[in-house]
Design a protein around this ligand. Structure first.
Ligand code: GRF
Length: 186
């Protein structure tokens, strides 16, 4: 798992009993404590800068090295705050999953929930997809809608979306793992 934030999606994956080999974080964050408390190996591959001088390729190589050290074969991103560079796709193409808080291809990017509210859509949702070099653009594995209610804030809407993500993402990861291990369509 790659995470950066509060880690509630990570928590749902651990609660679902999926075998997590390592949790990689790009900064100290609550997700680290959560993984530690669950007894899962964690590594903070700390991002050294957020400015224009940030060496994304070198950083990505550090993440790949950490994943290899833990013999990881499938990656699930859950709110990881750093866009990774092509070297990760050289090693893990087709085996990196992501959950996004909108119905892709609508509202790509980091502010998907805020953008949905600002545009005034009545329905948004969540998407589980395979991550590719182009951000939020890879093949879609699962989607579910979530209604936008009158008076919703970014926080209230995001929390209702995350309720769905906490169910849909573990289910989809489980199915994906079965499929790549040759278990058919379950
Ligand atoms: C989720 O909404 C995920 O789709 C997005 O970041 C959020 C992570 O939530 N990319 P949490 O930190 O696991 O609570």
């Amino acid at each position: 798992m790659l995470a950066s934030g509060t880690g509630t999606i990570l928590g749902a994956i651990l609660d679902a009993g999926l075998a997590v080999g390592v949790v990689i974080l790009d900064r100290p964050c609550p997700a680290a404590e959560l993984a530690g408390a669950a007894g899962v190996a964690t590594e903070v591959v700390e991002r050294e800068s957020y400015g224009a001088e940030f060496d994304r390729v070198a950083y990505t190589h550090r993440v790949v090295e950490a994943l290899k050290r833990h013999q990881i074969d499938v990656i699930a991103m859950a709110g990881f705050g750093t866009v990774l560079a092509p070297p990760i796709f050289d090693v893990y193409a087709g085996r990196i999953l992501n959950t996004h808080p909108a119905l892709l291809p609508a509202f790509k990017g980091w502010h998907a929930v805020r953008d949905a509210i600002e545009l005034g859509v009545k329905v948004t949702g969540t998407t589980v997809h395979i991550a590719t070099e182009e951000v939020d653009a890879g093949p879609i594995l699962a989607q579910e809608p979530v209604r936008v209610e009158p008076g919703d804030t970014e926080e209230s809407l995001h929390e209702r979306i995350k309720v769905v993500e906490r169910r849909l993402y573990p289910e989809t990861i489980r199915l994906f793992m079965r499929q790549i291990r040759g278990g058919g369509t379950a």
